[in-house]
Write a protein that binds this ligand. Structure first.
Ligand code: FE2
Length: 399
């Protein structure tokens, strides 16, 4: 099939591309072959599919059930969730996750990395998500992070549960060093998670320093172990909000290690702007990691939604444009080029985070997965909150 007149990734010249056997065959100024089906895209923006690089699907779509978070704080969120947890079962998770993935798909999202809480002796959410990953594979490719929400060392049998979740088929190993009881547990938890990933050849995605405590330094351990074990860009540090509060002298030293380690970062601008800085009076910290400085150092950063309509974040409909929109404001990335290229936070940069660049992107030979936006370029798409007109996965129209 031949697609004519596409603005591919903000290109100034309109281009055509041919799709054959589910792959991009060629891109350029192409003529219709005999009997070939043609679709005229009339100058619309074509991007590789959007990627959600950080979400918790097991808690999504539960806001207000059974109670609303009235203060909006993290702690009241935990109280609300403990009430909601009483009616958590397999059917409940299945129903909500399927709905959320369809919501994402309608906005052109085809890849989702979800963290799943494994500090549960029954590992029910984990088992359910492993099934759903297979069941929903034609809607979105789901990556599962075994996420020890209540700690690895600080939760009974935390190490065993994390190991079991990896054996059940998690794609990535998680950790939450800032939540562990002590600094020693924090370091040991990261060491344990990284060695587990190394042993089972898994990716790593750590909830790292999601706290406004400038003394929270899980990141240096994550980066050091990524370097020493040779895991490099298979490792991701999510949130790293404490880095917002680190002193500049320490950040200067840390940057060298971060560059050497080649790890990825995920910032979650919606949720961390909303939840961080709650212990501050004024000035009130923004609570998002140093995105601009990381990018300037050549370090990969993608953006995630983190929570969708749950006790910790009461809004969200699966449209990653909102994440980018907030991220650009809060990280002061509002220059013309910053805005034009900001789709990369939820496309190419996120593909690096998910470690899928070998099968991602609009290039001959790669799977013909792409979205068509009702816009002339991404600046226009972002500014007008343009609709995703179509989403093709491996050559097939999904939406
Ligand atoms: Fe998270």
């Amino acid at each position: 099939m031949l697609f004519k007149n596409a603005c591919i990734e903000n290109s100034t010249q309109l281009q055509d591309f041919r799709v054959e056997d589910g792959l991009f065959k060629e891109i350029g100024n192409l003529t219709q072959a005999e009997g070939e089906e043609v679709k005229d895209l009339e100058g619309k923006l074509v991007l590789p599919p959007f990627i959600e690089s950080h979400v918790h699907l097991d808690t999504c779509l539960t806001a207000g059930d059974p109670v609303w978070n009235m203060s909006g704080t993290l702690f009241e969120g935990i109280e609300c969730w403990s009430k909601r947890k009483e009616k958590l079962n397999e059917d409940d998770i299945r129903e909500r996750v399927k709905k959320a993935v369809q919501m994402y798909a309608a906005h052109g999202v085809q890849f989702i990395r979800t963290h799943v809480d494994v500090t549960d002796p029954s590992l029910m959410a984990m088992k359910t998500m492993v099934d759903l990953r297979e069941e929903l594979k034609d809607v979105a490719e789901i990556q599962i992070v075994a996420f020890p929400q209540e700690g690895i060392l600080s939760f009974p049998k935390g190490k065993e549960l994390l190991t079991e979740a990896v054996k059940m088929g998690a794609d990535a190993v998680g950790a939450i060093p800032h939540f562990e009881f002590t600094r020693e547990y924090s370091v040991e938890s990261v060491n344990f998670a990284m060695e587990l990933a190394y042993k089972y050849d898994k990716l790593v995605d750590v909830h790292c320093d999601e706290i406004d405590d400038e003394a929270s330094r899980g990141l240096e351990t994550v980066a050091t172990r990524a370097l020493e074990l040779g895991l490099f860009d298979k490792v991701t540090a999510s949130h790293t909000t404490a880095m917002h509060s680190y002193n500049n002298a320490y950040v200067l030293k840390l940057m060298r290690l971060l560059k050497m380690s080649r790890i990825n970062f995920v910032a979650n601008p919606l949720v961390n702007t909303h939840l961080q800085g709650r212990a501050d009076t004024y000035p009130k910290r923004r609570g998002v990691t140093r995105v601009k400085e990381l990018l300037e150092a050549g370090i990969n950063v993608s953006f995630g939604h983190d929570d969708i309509f749950d006790p910790w974040y009461p809004l969200g409909n699966g449209n990653l444009r909102d994440v980018v929109f907030m991220g650009l404001h809060v990280c002061q990335l509002m220059g013309y080029e910053d805005i034009m290229n900001s789709y990369r936070f939820i496309t190419h940069n996120a593909a690096k985070t998910l470690h899928i660049t070998d099968r991602y992107g609009i290039e001959p030979g790669k799977p013909a997965s792409f979205v068509v936006m009702d816009a002339t370029d991404y600046y226009d798409a972002l500014n007008r909150n343009a609709k995703c007109m179509a989403s093709y996965m491996k050559g097939g129209k999904r939406h």
